[in-house]
Structures are given as C-alpha cells and as structure tokens.
Design a protein around this ligand. Structure first.
Ligand SMILES: [Zn+2]
Length: 875
C-alpha cells in the first residue's frame, strides 16, 4: 500500500505580478493563521517555504511574535529555513548562494533552528553544484520541482551527486509544489486521479504530496479531508500529515533502492524552465552583478583590512546590504519576470545596496588613507582587495593644481604613466556668469594609467607631482591606420570589419566581431522569435573612429548608427524606421590577455533582441560556462530540438544557456572565452559564440509563443503590459574576449576577477571635494593605525579564489578556494602564512571540519574535480 505523506506548506513569492508590499499584507494575516492552526492543532505541521526573509519582514513589524514562532519551531510543528530567499541557481554568484544560506541559517538560530533541507520548489532549473553547496552546510536532503527530464531518471526519488562526490537524497516533486491542492479542492474522482499521478514512478511506497501553492492560505480543514479520503480509498492509499525531515528519515532506510544522477537539470520536458530568462531585464541583472562583485571582492575584504588596522568590522551593515541583494535573488525577482511596478521596487533595492556598498568603500579608503602615518598632500593610496599581487595597469582619476603631472613611488623613483584625459574644473563658489570666476581657483582632473605592483590585501602609495617638462606619454591620435595592439594582440579595423591577430599563434582571425539583431515576440520569461521575423547582421559601418594608443592602455572607439525596424509590425513589412546610436570601444591593456569591449547604445526599437557574435574557427559539439562553483559542459545541439513538440514538451530546448561570468568554446587549436560584467546568456551556433546583450519585450507573459506553446506564463488570464521591459533608452554592456591556446578554467576566472574588480583608491587632496558624495564632509583620523598584516599570495594557485570572509564570531579569516575542473584533480596546493597561526578547515557555514594545528606552511592537500575547501586562519 502506498503511504501518502501530506506536507502542508505555502510557496511564497516575495514579489512577482504584485509588489513585495502587497504580498506582505497578505503574509501578515497568513502568519497569524499559521500560528493559530498549529496552536489549535488544526494542522500537525507546516512548512514555511524554506525561506526566512518573509519571517524577517514579519518580525520587523510584529516583534512580539518571535517567542511564539520559536516555540512552534522547537516543538517540530513549524518548519523554517534554511534559505533567506527562494533563490535562482543560474545567474547569481556562488558566494551569493552561500550567503543566502549563511544568513538564513544564522537567523533561524534565534527562532529555534532551521530545517536541514535544500528546498527550492520553484527555481527555474537546477544548478549542478547544488549538492556541493548543500553538503557544505551539512544538508543531505533536497526537494525540487523544475528541470528534471524523464530521460535522466523516471524515479521521483534519487541521489543527486556532484563531480566531487557530494550527494543529496532528493525528492523531485514532479507534479509541482501545488499538486496536493486537488486533495482539498478536487472532486472525488480528481482526488483519486491526483493520488494515482503522484504515486507513479515513486521508487518506494513512500509518496510525498505537498499541499499548498503560491501565497496559499492555510487549509484549515486538512485533517477532515485526509480522514475522508482515507475512508474512500483506504484499501489503496494510507494518507497522513507529515513533514520533510520525517519523510527523508523513512526514505533513507530505502537508499539501496534509489538511483544516482549528476549534473544540472534544465529540461522543459516536464515543466517550464524558461531557458532564456537569463536575458530578461538585462539592466537589473547588470546591477546585481556589479553589487555582488563589489560585496564579495571589495567590501568584505576591505572591511577586514580596516578591522586589522583598527576600524571595527560592521557585520550588521554587511548583512543588511546582503539582505537587500538576496531579496532580489528570489527566482522571480532576479528573473525579471515581474510587472514594471515590482521591477521598480527591485531597482530601488539595488540602488540602496549600491549606494550603501560604495559609500562604505569610499568611507573606509579615506579613513585609512588619511590615518596613515606620514601621509601628505597628493599622495595616492591604492588598495588591493584581492588575495594575489596585482600588476595590471591602474586607471585612476587625480585632481591637481597643475596642468601636467608625474607620478613617483615611495623611493621617489618616477612611475611611468599615461595620461588618458585632462579636464579643467572650477573649485570656487559657483556664480551665474563664468566671467566672474577667479582664474586662481581652477584645478585639473587627470585620468591616468600606470602600473604599480600591489601586494595581496595591502595598499601602495604613489605621489602625484607637477610635471615641468613635456608630457612623457603623449596621446597619439592615429587616423590613418585603424589598429591597436599590445604584447598579445593586434586588432585592425577596415571597412566595417574587425580582424584580430593573436601574436603567439601567428594567426589572424578575420571579421570575427559583429552584431545580430532579431525580433522577440516572447515575454519577460522567454525569448521567442517573431511570427514574422527578420534577422539582421550589423557591422560597425562607420567612419567616426578614434584611436588612442599609449604605454598602458590603447583604445579604439567607433561611433555610428544602426538602422532597424521599430517594432514587430515594421519588422513584418520590412520597414526600416528607427536609428540606434552606438559607441563601441575596444581596449587593450599592457600585457593583458583580454580584449575589453564596451558597447553603449540608445535603444529605440521594441520587441527585439541584440547579440554580439564572436566568429571563431573552433570545431566542437560542446560549450563550457562557469557555474556556482565550477564549470559545466553543454551540447551545442539539443538532441530533442526537432521532436520536442511531438514529445509534448513545455518549451523548445533551444541551446540558449546561462553563464555567471563567462562562456567558452575550444578545440585543439584555440580556445575562445567571452566574459561579461552582467550579461548572463549565450548560445553557440556553427562555431560562433552569440552573447545576448539585451532583449526588450512588452508583456510579462504572452500565450502561444513559437518557442513555448500554450498558456501565457505568469498570469494566464490577462496580458500584463511591461513597457519598461522594452529597455528603451541608453544601455551599456561590458564584455571581454580572451583567445588562448587551451581552455584553463581557473585562469579565466582569475582574469575575470582582475577584469571586474577595480582597486579602490584615495588621493589626499583638498581641491576636489566631490570625488564622492560624502567627500565634502570632514572625517576624523584613527588615533593609531595598526600595521597591516601580511597576507598569503595566491598568485601561483591553480585553484579559483572564491571568497575571503570574516567568521561570524570575528575570530577567523576564512578563504574559500575551488577546483573548477570537471576531470582533473589539483594536488599539492600549499599556502604560506606570514606568521605561524592556528589553521583549520571549515565548511561553507564556517563550522569546524578539521583542525590542522599551528602552522606557517599549510598543505591544502588534493582538490578533487569540482571540490571546494574553506581554509580558516585564526586572527
Ligand atoms: Zn515561485
């Protein structure tokens, strides 16, 4: 006899086609009902969607309910956590997922403890590294719905493993987290049909039936319904109220009967997974990427450095900023599949997190800089927040009284520099007429590039002085020969087309960069080709080209216009009736492996998609992209691309894939990687990498898309216009291309960090009081700045540096590293500490795994493919 375990729950979308405020009102009353139902034994158990953010919001307004919630959690009636929000697994950083669990688990502690369950019932597909992350938090059970194809396993219960050996016992709630609503609302025959359906393909007699749904009110008569159904179908099914920890305990006794599966699950065969949501609302995803990188790679390391120097670490501030960001990581929020009103709230949260994070950095670099003993006017202090020595050229702005400048190091040796621009600015009180301005009160802002080695988690000082002779690095305006070059590449431009010479290969790749523009008759969930589509290949056909070359940075800037159809109607009839102005800049830094690209455009067309195309000679069937903690290999052609409709799939398995920071294709002769600050989507077609710059659509959901038949996603009963999602107006994208001989995932990720993480800096000066919004106000110096501790240098590591964080008790510095390879182990990794310290390995939550003792040379041992380790050093 099948035993049906009913799990009463709600799935709570924080925001979606309603705002978080609108949902909060409902939750305020909902939570009261949950408490009442559990206290009065209307329900035995209730699962609060595995996320703490909704309780966080609730307790801010109703702090008196904390004790009651704690009582119910401790009594094993109310189940909460472990997440802070119901996040997405494909476009946010791995460390954001870790922070989401750290903060959720930390908050659960004062509320009676978290449910140790990797519960993501609605995320749009499952990332391959989730078993590693769960195991890293001591979580060995998982529940999800979307993405698992029947072909991988028919069994609803299985072990989900990762390449490093991590695994979680998993229940795939294949008919959705709302399947059990039929038990409450259905006619008798519907209840029967539903019980039959969810019992199909269960590996054991233990069947899980979630009874709940989106923002669903408490089913107060559940006990009576269960009793009634037991009386009706008692010979075939035994139904009882249950909870996930109990179900997993029973299931674990049957483990030998369960299959093991591995990898990511993003198949639309059973449910929609929206494989192209990665490019919806590019503007918001870019903001997320910027803030995420700043928090991980600049803010926390800088706060840690400041703490060493004597400026206390502000954990509450850091958590506060993270919570703002994590609220935006909920699957709908980060997806962009929201109303304009909701997206405005999301944008407001990004703006708040942005301002708080850059202001903390501005404040700390100033405080530290002004407190350094012997610091003087015009010293420029440069901070390295990464754990390896930086030698890449800096680009900084300095303000001086002088029109020309020179830079000197601590030993008073001149530092070679390249002036990129100089601007004359007035420092006196503003007047109505510029003729009243005092000539003595002008100063200059210089944008300057130079190289100065800066040690890991340290700072270095250069001094800005007046230059008396002629400029040592003159800007060369080269109009005859349109090319730029550095030690690795030479990029030439002729008649609208680029060619790239890769110097060490001795090969030139012709016409390898252009744009593709096409219609998008999809919605905020999915790209879909227009019913009457026309695809345009756009070259950079312009004569407005500026070339700037120098010792540290060379750039080529193209200004032009693309002429396109304005909307779907114009596209259908072939009318060209709109202009998109663009500026495309290519940059090469000294010795850099990267070709940096910047696209600025003024989007004036609707319902379309624009992609950068990188044409390569690579012959391959697969692509690679980075994932939360590793890389993934994906097919360039889906085996079901031609028969998906016949098979009844929910959407076309178009080979549009997510990337977190980069995607790569390679063969025996060359490897091509594209990385981006904020673009999250790519596709490989015939040896070319297509990177989605953005797409604009006008509806939250549309029915009957060419790529997605059937009902509209989101809300199937009405069209919800989203004019903001057309992304009209100015947009900017930053990408970088690396062409190498081989694919080295650790090297690419390190290059990405150097690319995306700038060095915070501060110039001691009083001319320009507007270098940042709070510069105008004076700040006290630290009485006695401690000396900065020497930090390990990960320069020669074959691993990816993931995070540097202060443990929650403030006693340890945790450094997380991982091996991104899918097949190769990394052996004999060692780090050398500056002084002998107590060292240990901890898990992702910072909890002790293994004490290593007091050491100076720390052997990290071998890293299996995909393995993550966190080394913890006592302060
Ligand atoms: Zn949801």
């Amino acid at each position: 006899m099948k035993k049906i375990h009913v799990v009463a729950h709600t799935h709570w979308d924080r925001e979606w086609y309603f705002s978080d405020n609108e949902a909060f009102i409902q939750f305020s009353y909902h939570m009261d009902e949950v408490i009442y139902a559990l206290e009065k034994n209307e329900l035995d158990y209730y699962y609060l969607d595995g996320q703490l953010s909704i309780i966080d919001d609730y307790l801010k307004v109703y702090p008196e309910k904390e004790t009651k919630i704690k009582e119910l959690v401790e009594a094993n009636k109310l189940f909460i956590g472990p997440w802070y929000t119901q996040m997405d697994e494909f476009v946010v950083a791995g460390e954001s997922v870790v922070k989401n669990l750290q903060i959720g688990i930390d908050m659960s502690k004062r509320l009676g403890g978290h449910t140790s369950l990797g519960y993501l019932p609605d995320s749009f597909g499952q990332g391959k590294d989730m078993p590693k992350i769960y195991n890293g938090f001591g979580i060995t059970d998982a529940v999800f719905w979307r993405g698992m194809p029947n072909e991988v396993t028919k069994s609803r219960e299985f072990y989900w493993a990762a390449e490093d050996g991590s695994k979680v016992l998993t229940i795939n709630i294949r008919n959705g987290y709302y399947a059990g609503v039929a038990l409450v609302e259905g006619e008798l025959y519907q209840k029967k049909a539903m019980l039959e359906l969810v019992s199909e393909d269960s590996a054991t007699e233990i069947v899980t039936l979630p009874v709940g749904g989106d923002q669903r009110a408490v089913d107060r008569d559940l006990k009576a319904i269960i009793q009634d159904v037991n009386e009706q179908f008692g010979t075939e099914y035994k139904i009882e109220e249950s909870n996930y920890p109990h179900i997993f305990n029973l299931l674990r006794e049957k483990t030998n009967e369960l299959p093991t599966v591995q990898g990511e699950f993003m198949s639309g065969s059973v449910s929609k997974i929206h494989r192209s949501i990665y490019s919806s609302r590019y503007d918001l995803k870019k903001l997320n990427d910027t803030i995420e990188n700043r928090l991980i790679f600049q803010l926390e390391p800088l706060m840690l450095m400041a703490d060493d120097l004597g400026i206390p670490f502000k954990r509450e501030l850091l958590d506060y900023i993270w919570k703002l960001l994590l609220k935006n990581h909920a699957h709908d929020s980060i997806g962009g599949c929201n109303t304009d009103k909701t997206n405005e709230m999301i944008l407001a949260r990004y703006k708040e997190a942005d301002q708080l994070s850059y202001s903390t950095i501005d404040y700390l670099v100033r405080k530290i800089s002004e407190s350094i003993q012997g610091i003087k006017e015009n010293d420029l202090i440069l901070f390295n927040t990464l754990p390896y020595t930086r030698t890449d050229p800096y680009v900084v702005e300095v303000s001086t009284k002088h029109e020309k400048i020179r830079l000197f190091d601590e030993m008073n040796n001149e530092v070679d520099s390249q002036i990129l621009s100089t601007e004359k600015v007035y420092a006196g009180e503003v007047r109505r007429s510029e003729s009243d301005y005092d000539e003595a009160k002008y100063y200059y802002i210089h944008k300057v590039s130079f190289r100065k080695e800066t040690r890991p988690l340290g700072y270095t000082i250069v001094t800005v002085k007046e230059q008396t002779g002629s400029n040592s690095s003159v800007i060369a305006l080269n109009v005859e020969d349109k090319h730029i070059e550095n030690e690795l590449y030479k990029i030439s431009f002729s008649k609208g087309k680029f060619s790239i010479l890769v110097k060490n290969q001795g090969k030139t790749y012709e016409n390898c960069l252009y744009m593709e523009e096409s219609g998008d008759e999809g919605d905020t969930y999915d790209y879909s080709p227009a019913y009457h589509d026309k695809v345009y290949q756009l070259n950079f056909d312009t004569t407005d080209i500026t070339v700037q070359t120098g010792a540290f940075l060379s750039t080529m800037t193209l200004n032009g216009q693309w002429s396109l159809p304005k909307d779907l109607h114009a596209r259908k009839v072939g009318e060209i009736n709109v202009q998109i102005d663009y500026t495309f800049t290519l940059s090469l830094s000294k010795d850099s492996k990267r070709i940096d690209m910047n696209v600025k455009l003024n989007n004036q067309a609707m319902d379309h998609r624009m992609r950068l195309v990188v044409k390569t000679p690579v012959k391959t069937q697969v692509s690679y992209a980075d994932t939360l903690f590793g890389i993934v290999e994906r097919n360039n052609q889906d085996p079901h691309i031609h028969d998906w409709k016949k098979l009844g799939w929910k959407e076309e398995p178009t080979e549009i894939y997510p990337m977190i920071h980069y995607s790569t294709i390679h063969d025996d002769t060359s490897s091509w990687s594209i990385m981006s600050k904020g673009i999250k989507e790519y596709q490989v077609i015939d040896s070319s990498l297509y990177i989605t710059l953005f797409r604009g659509v006008g509806f939250l959901g549309r029915p009957e898309l060419l790529r997605r038949p059937g009902d509209a996603s989101g809300n199937q009963y009405r069209y919800i216009p989203t004019p903001d999602s057309q992304l009209l107006g100015n947009l900017e994208m930053a990408l970088s291309l690396i062409i190498t001989d081989d694919f080295d995932p650790a090297m690419i990720q390190k290059e990405y960090q150097i690319y995306s993480v700038t060095s915070p800096y501060y110039q001691v000066q009083t001319l320009n009081r507007f270098t940042n919004p709070i510069q105008y106000f004076q700040s006290n110096k630290v009485d006695q700045l401690n000396s900065l501790k020497e930090f390990i240098d990960l320069n020669n590591s074959k691993l990816v540096f993931s995070v540097l964080e202060l443990s929650r008790d403030g006693q340890w510095v945790n450094i997380r590293l991982y091996n991104p390879s899918l097949t190769e182990a990394v052996t004999n990794e060692k780090i050398t500490l500056a002084t002998e310290s107590t060292v240990r390995f901890v898990d992702l939550n910072g909890d002790l795994l293994e004490s290593l003792g007091k050491l100076k040379e720390v052997s990290l041992g071998s890293f299996k493919p995909g393995e993550i380790k966190t080394v913890s050093i006592q302060r």
